[in-house]
Design a protein around this ligand. Structure first.
Ligand code: NAD
Length: 489
């Protein structure tokens, strides 16, 4: 890889105890749309994690004793400050991750702002339980208290969006945190740290330690003074985290991968279904845990669906993330691009057909992006349910379309993967929609829409897609310890 021409490299620092701290060693971070190294990220390990946990522990007594409304005001201030710098954050996220500037501007950063505002509000509205036992002369009630230092580990696909989805509830509940974003996308977390003091977040309440999962991540997971870990990432890493944290009996929230089906019945409104399913397949280069990657279409409309779906997919322009007419930016890394391409090759070797995209259509890129990690939206058909393309999470702009005959059959096939995160059902028959939604093994089911979220309600997956849920009430429960108190009068 070439160094970014004459531009100075961006050098990030850890944020510990309210101060930016340099690290003794660094790792290179690439601009996915050019292939250049443009940024250096601390390669933190045990020592840095130790310092961050200590800072978080020291900050806990004061932060946890603040009232919810005091914390709420600080979170709202932080939301305002991020919103004020929205464009700078969006530019940074797009450059660091490869996503289009349009997506960063309209999804990533607005959602990060919303995460803080949402938990600033929701923390004010929780009530605890109370029961009476007149014959014993007793009342029972529950009280909730923050747990301590929370370890927060997030992935590269929606960097600030997913990190703030953890930081906001954790600190709103009165915990202090040590956050470890993905080593591939650390820039916006570092930028956010610059706003914490101005927002009124006391030193040590939010610490950010940058580095790899193997070094910094594991040090956090294994630290005896971090009683809870909220992790979003792959199922494989979650297994490792579960093993490493087991000796400490840590509380874990695990938000993992998906192999999400879309089920299109013959009474679906295709004018809605097709553009939405193209979006659910290819938004953010297909790098969203909720992206559709298996589309089951009822036989009667299969040919028409395929024709219209491919035509719509071809409208999605791939190219420079800063070009506002582009819908598909760069994938996160060279290795990831290679992995995604290999899935398409494997499908072809098994006899599947690639209708558009990779290896079929020409990919024209601007001169500056020739070494970027780009791939066209790719639609595969005539693929067997047992194929790795129908079983494994690809996490790229690749989707498979297959036909089905009956409701019973499609439910069985949709459920026949190890994952269970999100499913989409398209039908105008309200009875069927409810029936199918109830039988799908999936933490989220969207019917006749995709990615419409009310943050009040639980988010999370079944089976290999995760353990636990996050959302207003769920995050509150995860990030607090409950106590039952009995008073005899
Ligand atoms: P990943 O598991 O490789 O990494 C996620 C984070 O864990 C990174 O910060 C990484 O540095 C860290 N990590 C890696 N090994 C570690 C270890 N041994 N100990 C502690 N930390 C470790 O995942 P990724 O490739 O960054 O992200 C893509 C995956 O995330 C996909 O599987 C995707 O489906 C999943 N994801 C899930 C959700 C969800 O909400 N369910 C959302 C987004 C992404």
């Amino acid at each position: 890889p070439t160094m970014a021409h004459s531009q100075a490299l961006l050098v990030l620092e850890n944020f510990i105890g309210g101060k930016f701290v340099p690290c003794s060693s660094y790792i290179d971070s690439y601009n996915p749309s050019t292939g250049d190294v443009y940024c250096r990220v601390p390669d933190s390990g045990k020592e840095e994690v130790e310092a961050a946990v200590k800072a978080a522990k020291d900050a806990f007594p004061i932060w946890s004793s603040k009232s919810p409304s005091e914390r709420s005001q600080i979170l709202n201030k932080l939301a305002d400050l991020i919103e004020h710098d929205l464009e700078a954050f969006a530019q940074a996220e797009s450059k660091d991750q490869g996503k289009t500037i349009t997506f960063a501007r309209t999804v990533d950063i607005p959602r990060a702002v919303h995460n803080f505002r949402f938990f600033a509000s929701s923390i004010l509205h929780h009530v605890t339980e109370c029961t009476e036992m007149p014959t014993m002369g007793c009342v029972h009630y529950t009280s909730r208290a923050p747990v301590g230092v929370a370890g927060l580990i997030s992935p590269w696909n929606l960097p600030l969006y997913l990190l703030t989805w953890k930081i906001a509830p954790a600190i709103a509940c009165g915990n202090t945190v040590v956050a470890k974003p993905s080593e591939m996308t650390s820039v916006t977390a570092w930028m956010m740290c610059k706003l914490l003091e101005k927002a009124g977040v006391p030193p040590g309440v939010v610490n950010v330690v940058l580095g790899t999962g193997a070094k910094a991540g594991e040090a956090l997971v294994c630290h005896p003074d971090v009683p809870l870990i909220s992790f979003t990432g792959s199922t494989l890493t979650a297994q490792r985290i579960t093993e490493r944290s087991a000796p400490h009996c840590k509380r874990l929230s695990l938000e993992l991968g998906g192999k999400n089906p879309a089920i299109v019945f013959d009474d679906a409104d295709l004018s809605q279904c097709i553009p939405t399913t193209v979006r659910s397949s290819f938004a953010n280069q297909g790098e969203i845990c909720l992206c559709t990657s298996r589309i089951f279409v009822q036989r009667g409309i299969y040919n028409e669906f395929l024709k219209r779906f491919v035509a719509e997919a071809k409208k999605w322009k791939t190219g420079s993330p800063s070009d506002p007419t582009v819908s598909v930016g760069a994938l996160i890394s060279k290795e990831h691009l290679e992995k995604v391409r290999n899935y398409v090759k494997k499908a072809q070797a098994e006899g599947a057909r690639v209708l558009c995209g990779e290896g079929v259509d020409p990919l024209a890129l601007p001169p500056d992006n020739q070494k970027g990690y780009f791939m066209l939206p790719t639609v595969i058909t005539e693929v067997k349910d047992e194929s790795c393309c129908m079983q494994e999470e690809i996490f790229g702009p690749v989707t498979c379309v297959v036909a089905f005959d009956t409701e019973e059959e499609v439910i069985k096939r949709a459920n026949s993967v190890k994952y269970g995160l999100a499913a989409t059902v398209w039908s105008s028959n309200v009875g069927r929609v409810h029936r199918v939604a109830h039988r799908l093994q999936s933490g989220l089911v969207w019917t006749n829409c995709w990615l419409v979220r009310d943050l009040n309600l639980p988010f999370g997956g079944m089976k290999a897609s995760g353990i636990g849920r996050e959302g207003a009430k769920d995050s509150y429960e995860f990030f607090t310890e409950v106590k039952t108190i009995t008073i005899k009068h």
